[in-house]
Ligand binder design. Sequence first.
Ligand code: HSE
Length: 307
Amino acid sequence: MDSIKIFSPSSVANVLCGFDVLGLCLETVGDEMIIKKSEVPGLRITKIEGEDLPFSIEKNVAGVAAKSYLNSFPAEVGIEIEIYKKISAGSGIGSSAASAVGAVYGINELLERKLEKIDLIPFALDGEQIASGEAHADNIAPAMLGGFTLVRDLNTLDIIKLPTPSELIVTIIHPKIELKTSDARAILKKQVPLKSVIKQTANIAGLVSGLYSEDYGLISRSLNDEIIEKERSLLIPEYISLKSSALEAGALGCGISGSGPSVFALSRGKIKAKEIASGFKSIISKLGIDYDIYISKINSNGVKKII
Ligand code: HSE
């Protein structure tokens, strides 16, 4: 095998109550990458389409992740990466994680190494870190493994893949304003009141339990955030209206996707998801802001080889 094409999916981090620990993987939007062997030694990014990103290995998330992998598992051939970005940078649906995951997974497959996906996560994290300034795996883990994931401990990479109730659908609107993760993290308070921690802990336990028991009512009651939503919502145009409209249309929950500006809603079934999408569209259209909208099942596989 001299070349491989892969699909690296977008993802929703936090999922309201799980700041930095919960994430879910999306099906309808993701980047594509072609990774090739070359007779010329070394690692190169040879093509980038869809976004204006640096070709320099040290400045590109995919480059940093790939280099980290190759430092541990050197290749006897040169490696060339072509990146076809479909996920907008700064959209809040895991653009940098998809780049990092895709590069590491793609090289590992191309070289026919036997590393498991979970063992590739530390290298992808090295790439993600240059985008957000801090290591967190709540986009990396779902993009790599698929489904819902829980990062119980980042240092020991104790990451759990959670079950996905079959009828869950995600609606996402990306108002096209760029919000850097590092900026959205900088505005967060460093101290959290004990009362909020108690509520957040109860909700995350409720959500995880609801996923295992396919209890949509429990999932819905647990989809709340006590810790970051208040500060970050100020960065998102019409956030309160978007959330109210989704909940009125029957969403199980609605919140900021990762660090925003995308807003996501979870619903039971596609009909509700479409109603939520039309409410989202009409609110953002009135502001004259361009947007992308997606309705997606939860992708249970994560990054995959397509050719
Ligand atoms: N958990 C991260 C955050 C996700 O909310 O800052 C964005 O990368």
